[in-house]
Structure formats: structure tokens, C-alpha cells
Design a protein around this ligand. Structure first.
Ligand SMILES: *Cc1c(COP(=O)(O)O)cnc(C)c1O
Length: 394
């Protein structure tokens, strides 16, 4: 099997599995209990919090554990919205290519009387700091722009957006789920007020994530109950997953540069090979993209059929994002960068990690052109294009 869907989830690292196994066997107490067994769990929890904080240049007090990236996005946006509303600020700036955890939260807030402005995304999949600066108003409560896009891998100018927001006194949240462990993050230097990350995107376990919120940015809790996480997120902490997340993030961050060099070389080989397929187009920026992200549109091909035939050859990939596959709507991200509906249906995302090999890239480069040609041959629409009855888009 060739696993090329690391943007959907990653395989757990040995470091994460070992840390979690030890924790399951020995550190199973409740961190809120006062006896030694509980206190050992509390120590493991706080140790993980400190190590995670170091990875993004935050302080441990600024780290809140959540059930993952989606919860962190929800809590960050709701907290900022409520804070703004108390000061009469009900305008929120975001972008059309955000993850649904952000977009759907914003949609709900619209129904609650907030005004959401989604910035248009450029053809290479980026939003500029100038666009943000122009959109900020007196009543802007929050700017939420992702750090790197999960479908097309485009990396956003987070530092510049952070600087604009800080200067104008507006809170800046970034969904860094695809970036954490893969790109350097320094919340202080980059003026990031709130940030979401998720362990299963950097070889940690699923169902655990972090909401970083700068000191003095008050959080609203989504889950009421006990006083865990300074009263901001009730429920007995998932110590096991938190310990696994800390081990995975530390490992990813300490090998970041060498992993990025290795993975981006594989990515570039894949991009240049797939570019040879006629009537295809790379989505996103050729260079300013996540080290492991490859995303192409192939005219005249249904993404779903392509995935099924790749699966037959043992290649795991995706079309759009895991969250939208299964729905027949074209990707909102591809539409946001201006791909027409017809083309947006024929996209393929291959997302690599440091465990992928050159041989695997060669196998993908053999399989994809064959499958694309096979599917096009079966398509009446494609025959019309070849005969000149319809025009090619790409
Ligand atoms: C995966 C992902 C999420 C959701 O994270 P979960 O931990 O699966 O809830 C949010 N945003 C982006 C950009 C993602 O890639």
C-alpha cells in the first residue's frame, strides 16, 4: 500500500505510540485526584503542556487541550465573537477557502447577528495582508485566516497578517492544523492571538488538539462541567492522547527542516511528472506550498472514479478533502481559486510525509497517467472535446 493522504490523517509515530503505551500502563489516574497516582497523571499532563508550548513559542498557560482541530476552531472563533459583541463589534473577517470547522462556525454566527466577510482568494490560493488591512473596520472583532490550506497546500502570510491585526488592535486566529509540526510557528514573533492544531496531522493520535490563546484573550467554554483546563474546557483530560501529541509534535518539530527537505523533493518530482499529463493543472502555488502537498485538476475526469481506481492499485489519495468526499459538491477551495465547476470535480490531492519513498512516487507517476487516460477514453464529454465539438478548459 502507498499512503499518500497525510493531509487527511497520518500514521502514528513510534515516539507517540511508546509514550502512550507507557502512559496507559502506569499513568492511568485522574489528574484531578489528590493522591499520588492522580498527581502523576497531572505531572504528565503539565509536562506535555510545557513541551507543546515550547514548540510554538507560547507559554504553558496559553495552551488549552481540546478534542481536535475542529473544536479548537469552534472555541477560538466563538470566544472572539463573544468578546467583540460585548464591545459592540460584530464584524468578522475570514476567507473563502477555510476549513469547514471555521466556515460552518461562521455561518452559525451569521445567524446570531454577526457580519462575516469572506475575503476572495487569489488564483494561487493565498490571501494577502493588504486585503486584510483593507477589510478591517472599527467594528471588526476577529480575523481568522488559516496558516496553510488543507487541500491545495498554499501557505498564507501569517506573520504579515498578524502584524496588521496587532497594529489595528484586532484579534487574529489561525487554523494551523496543516502547518503545526511541518512549518515553523512562533506565536509571539508572528503576533498570533489564537491558533488551532490537531495531533493526528503530525503523527499523533486522533481526537486531541490544542487551542492556543494569548494571555488576556478570554476563552468562552463550549463544554460546561468541571474546572479542568482552568475552567475553559470541562471533562477529564485525555492524558494518554495528550502525552502522545506532545511526543509527536516534539519529534516533528525537531526534524522539521530535514523532513521538509526530503518531502518537498518528493513533492516536486510528483508535480513535475503529473504536469506532463495533457489538460491538467496544478492547484495552488508551485513553490509556496506545504512540503507534502500535491493537488491537480485533470479535465474530463471524475475525482471519485480516479480515487477508486488508485485504490485498486493500493494507492490512498483523496479528492478535495476527507471531509467533503462522499458529497458530490465540487471543492469550495478549488472554486475559491477560480476553477470552473466542471474542472473542480476532477481533482486529486496527494499528500506526502517523510515515510514516502522515491519508488512510491515512481509508482504513482505510472498509475495516475494510465488511469486518467483510461477514464478519459470512456467519457463521451471527452470525445466531444477531442473532436472539437466542445472546447477544452485546461
Ligand atoms: C484536519 C483539519 C481540521 C480538523 O481537525 P480535527 O482534529 O480532525 O477536528 C481543521 N482544519 C484543518 C485545516 C484541517 O486540515
Amino acid at each position: 500500500m502507498i499512503y499518500a493522504d497525510n493531509a487527511a490523517t497520518t500514521k502514528m509515530s513510534g515516539a507517540a505510540i511508546n509514550a502512550m503505551t507507557a502512559c496507559m500502563q502506569d499513568i492511568w489516574g485522574n489528574p484531578s485526584s489528590l493522591y499520588g497516582l492522580g498527581q502523576r497523571a497531572k505531572e504528565a499532563l503539565e509536562d506535555a503542556r510545557e513541551r507543546i508550548a515550547v514548540c510554538i513559542a507560547a507559554s504553558p498557560k496559553e495552551i488549552t487541550f481540546t478534542s481536535g482541530g475542529s473544536e479548537a476552531d469552534n472555541q477560538a472563533i466563538r470566544s472572539a465573537a463573544l468578546l467583540g459583541a460585548r464591545k459592540g463589534k460584530r464584524h468578522i473577517i475570514s476567507a473563502a477557502f477555510e476549513h469547514h470547522a471555521v466556515l460552518h462556525t461562521l455561518k452559525k454566527l451569521e445567524g446570531e447577528g454577526f457580519e462575516v466577510e469572506l475575503l476572495p482568494v487569489g488564483p494561487l490560493g493565498t490571501v494577502t495582508a493588504d486585503q486584510v488591512a483593507e477589510a478591517i473596520r472599527e467594528d471588526t472583532a476577529l480575523v481568522t485566516i488559516m496558516y496553510a490550506n488543507n487541500e491545495i497546500g498554499s501557505v498564507q502570510p501569517a506573520s504579515e497578517i498578524g502584524a496588521v491585526c496587532r497594529e489595528r488592535g484586532v484579534l487574529f486566529h489561525t487554523d494551523a492544523v496543516q502547518a503545526a509540526g511541518h512549518l515553523p510557528i512562533d506565536v509571539r514573533a508572528q503576533n498570533i492571538d489564537m491558533l488551532s492544531l490537531s495531533a493526528h496531522k503530525f503523527h499523533g493520535p486522533k481526537g486531541i488538539g490544542v487551542l492556543y490563546a494569548r494571555q488576556r484573550v478570554p476563552l468562552t467554554n463550549l463544554i460546561e462541567g468541571g474546572a479542568q483546563e482552568r475552567g475553559k474546557r470541562a471533562g477529564t483530560e485525555n492524558v494518554l492522547a495528550i502525552v502522545g501529541m506532545a511526543a509527536a509534535l516534539e519529534e516533528s518539530c525537531s526534524h522539521m527542516a530535514e523532513n521538509a527537505a526530503k518531502v518537498s523533493a518528493l513533492r516536486d518530482k510528483l508535480i513535475s511528472g503529473l504536469s506532463q499529463i495533457p489538460h491538467s493543472a496544478l492547484n495552488g502555488d508551485p513553490t509556496n506550498r506545504l512540503p507534502g502537498n500535491v493537488n491537480f485538476c485533470f479535465e474530463g475526469v471524475e475525482g471519485e472514479s480516479l480515487l477508486l481506481l488508485l485504490d485498486d492499485r493500493g494507492i490512498c489519495a483523496s479528492s478535495g478533502s476527507a471531509c467533503t468526499s462522499g458529497s458530490l459538491d465540487p471543492s469550495h477551495v478549488l472554486l475559491a481559486i477560480g476553477r470552473p465547476h466542471e474542472v473542480a470535480h476532477g481533482s486529486l490531492r496527494l499528500s506526502l510525509c517523510e515515510e514516502n519513498t522515491e519508488d512510491e512516487i515512481d509508482a504513482i507517476l505510472k498509475a495516475v497517467p494510465e488511469i486518467v487516460a483510461y477514464l478519459r477514453n470512456m467519457s463521451p464529454l471527452w470525445k466531444d472535446k477531442v473532436s472539437g465539438k466542445r472546447t477544452f478548459i485546461l
